[in-house]
Design a protein around this ligand. Structure first.
Ligand code: PLP
Length: 471
C-alpha cells in the first residue's frame, strides 16, 4: 500500500454531482458519490482526496457538509485521514479484473514470428533530438487541426526520401499520412467502395487478413490471384473483374518473390485497360542485402498506383506512422476518408519524423540496421543449410523474413505443432492461402533474434522435424 501511495500525487478536484432538489441531504450525496467511485474503481487505493475546503468551494456548500461526509466514510473504512495530511482512499474497491496477460504456457521461447522490427534498436536518442527540436521550434499554429492529410513538412521530407530511395514519383500534395498501412488500406477500401468498385484482388498467398475483412465490411468481394516465383500471375489477374489489386511487388509477402519487369509492365497495362487501381504495399523495401535495388512501380504510373509505406519495419510498429502517395484524382476522396476517420494523424510525431528524415537520421538508422539484420539472416540460412538441408529457402535477399519450402513428405501443420511443443514458434504459409494450391512452407522472421538464438532455434526445429518423420 505504501508503494501505491507514494506514486499518487494529490488531486485538486473530483467529480461529484449534487442534486439540490433531492430529498437526500447534501453530505449523504457526497458520501454516496465517493462510495460509488471507490466501488467501481474510479477512485483507487491510496488516492488523496482534495482538502475539504477545496471541495466545499467547488460544490458551493459549507465546509462542514464535506467534513461530515468524509468523517462518515472514514468511520465506514472507505477513507483514512491523518492529522495534517490528505484524506485518502483506504480500500481497493475495483472489481477483480481477469489478467490481460495470457499465461505464457503456449508462448514460444524462441519465436520466429515474422514481420517484426527489432525495436530494441529504436533510435531513441536521435528521435528525442527531433522531438525536442519540434517542441521547441514549431510555431503554435502547427498544433491546431490540420487538413487531414498531415503536416506539409512530412509530405516534403517523405516525398524527397521516397523519390530518392524508392524511385517513386511522389509529390507532397498527393501524400496522405495515416496510422500505419492498416489505416491506409482501410481508407483506400472505403474510397474504392464509394466510387462503385465491387471486387478487390489480393495476392494468394498474402497477408489478406488485413484487407479481406475490411473489404467484406465495405461490401467488396475479394478474389485471390495466385503468386509464383515471379510474383502475382498477371494472366490470372487478367481473368478477374477486379477494380483494384493489392501487390507487394518488391518482396511478396510471404513468399519473398520479386515481381518481374515484364509482370510489372503487364500489371500496369491491365490497370490502365480496366481503369483499375494498383495498391503497392512497399512494407519492407528498405532492407535489401544481396540484390540490385528494385524501384517502386508507383514511379511508372503515378496516376494508376497508390504507394503505401510504413515506419513499422524500419522504426517501430508502435509509432503507427504510415503514408500513402495517391493518384491526383483520388487525393480529395482519401483525405476526406482520413478526416472522417480521425481528423488527421498526431502532429508532433509527424513533425518529429519529418525532422528525423530531413536530418538524414533515417538513412543513418537504416545503414546501422541493415548489417545487423543481414547477419541474422545469414545465421538463419547457415543453420537451415546445416540442420535442415532439404528445406528450400526463398525470398532471402530482402526484408525481415524468409520462407523455407518443405519437401513433400513433411506436413506443415505437424512441423509447426511439433516445434511449438518444443518452445519454437514457426509459422506455416498455408493459413495465408485463399484458394490457389501451392507448396507447404514455413515463414521465419529473424529480425528480433540474436544469431545464437537463431542457431539454437533451428537446432530444436530440426529435432521437431525428425520427430514428425518418425525417427
Ligand atoms: C504485408 C504487410 N504490409 C504492411 C505491414 C505494415 O502494417 P502497419 O503499417 O499497419 O504496421 C505489415 C506488417 O506486418 C505487413 O506484413
Amino acid at each position: 500500500m505504501a508503494e501505491s501511495r507514494t506514486n499518487l500525487s494529490p488531486i485538486s478536484d473530483v467529480l461529484i454531482e449534487l442534486r439540490r432538489d433531492s430529498r437526500m441531504p447534501l453530505h449523504q450525496q457526497i458520501e454516496a458519490a465517493i462510495r460509488t467511485g471507490i466501488q467501481c474503481g474510479r477512485f483507487r487505493l491510496g488516492m488523496p482526496l482534495p482538502p475539504t475546503r477545496a471541495i466545499a468551494a467547488s460544490l458551493g456548500v459549507s465546509r462542514g457538509v464535506v467534513v461530515e461526509a468524509y468523517q462518515q466514510l472514514v468511520a465506514e473504512g472507505y477513507l483514512t485521514s491523518q492529522a495534517g495530511g490528505y484524506t485518502r482512499i483506504a480500500i481497493d474497491g475495483q472489481p477483480e479484473q481477469p489478467s490481460a496477460v495470457v499465461p505464457p504456457a503456449s508462448t514460444p521461447t524462441i519465436d520466429f514470428g515474422y514481420g517484426r522490427a527489432d525495436v530494441a534498436h529504436f533510435p531513441r536518442a536521435a528521435w528525442l533530438r527531433s522531438a525536442r527540436r519540434v517542441l521547441t521550434e514549431t510555431p503554435n499554429e502547427r498544433f491546431g487541426y490540420l487538413n487531414g492529410r498531415g503536416v506539409p513538412e512530412l509530405h516534403q521530407a517523405l516525398a524527397d526520401y521516397l523519390n530518392r530511395v524508392r524511385g517513386t514519383a511522389a509529390s507532397p500534395d498527393t501524400m496522405v499520412i495515416c496510422n500505419g498501412y492498416a489505416q491506409g488500406i482501410a481508407l483506400l477500401i472505403q474510397v474504392l467502395a464509394r466510387s462503385g468498385g465491387t471486387v478487390l484482388a489480393v495476392e494468394d498467398p498474402s497477408a489478406n487478413d488485413d484487407a479481406r475483412p475490411l473489404a467484406e465490411a465495405a461490401g467488396l468481394d475479394t478474389v485471390g490471384v495466385p503468386v509464383d516465383e515471379h510474383g502475382i500471375r498477371v494472366d490470372a489477374l487478367e481473368r478477374t473483374d477486379a477494380d483494384a489489386v493489392i501487390l507487394t511487388p518488391s518482396h511478396q509477402w510471404p513468399t519473398g518473390a520479386v515481381l518481374s519487369a515484364e509482370s510489372r509492365a503487364a500489371v500496369l497495362r491491365w490497370a490502365s485497360r480496366r481503369r483499375a487501381l494498383v495498391i503497392e504495399d512497399d512494407y519492407d523495401a528498405e532492407y535489401r542485402y544481396d540484390r540490385a535495388p528494385i524501384s517502386a512501380i508507383q514511379g511508372l504510373a503515378p496516376d494508376r498506383v497508390v504507394y503505401a509505406g510504413t515506419a513499422s519495419k524500419t522504426l517501430a510498429p508502435g509509432l503507427r506512422l504510415g503514408w500513402l502517395v495517391v493518384p491526383r484524382h483520388l487525393v480529395e476522396a482519401v483525405t476526406a476518408a482520413k478526416k472522417a476517420a480521425d481528423r488527421g494523424s498526431p502532429v508532433i510525431d509527424q513533425l518529429a519524423f519529418a525532422d528525423f528524415l530531413a536530418r538524414g537520421e533515417f538513412d543513418r538508422h537504416l545503414r546501422r540496421m541493415r548489417p545487423a539484420y543481414r547477419r541474422r539472416r545469414d545465421a538463419l540460412l547457415a543453420a537451415l543449410r546445416d540442420r535442415l538441408p532439404d528445406l528450400v529457402p526463398a525470398g532471402v535477399a530482402a526484408g525481415l523474413h524468409l520462407v523455407a519450402w518443405l519437401p513433400p513428405d513433411l506436413d506443415e501443420a505437424a512441423v509447426v505443432d511439433a516445434a511449438a511443443r518444443r518452445g519454437v514458434g514457426v509459422y506455416g504459409v498455408t493459413p495465408y492461402r485463399m484458394s490457389a494450391p501451392g507448396p507447404a512452407g514455413l515463414i521465419f522472421g529473424y529480425a528480433t533474434l540474436t544469431e545464437a538464438t537463431i542457431i539454437e532455434g533451428i537446432s530444436i526445429l530440426a529435432n521437431a522435424v525428425s520427430e514428425v518423420r518418425g525417427h
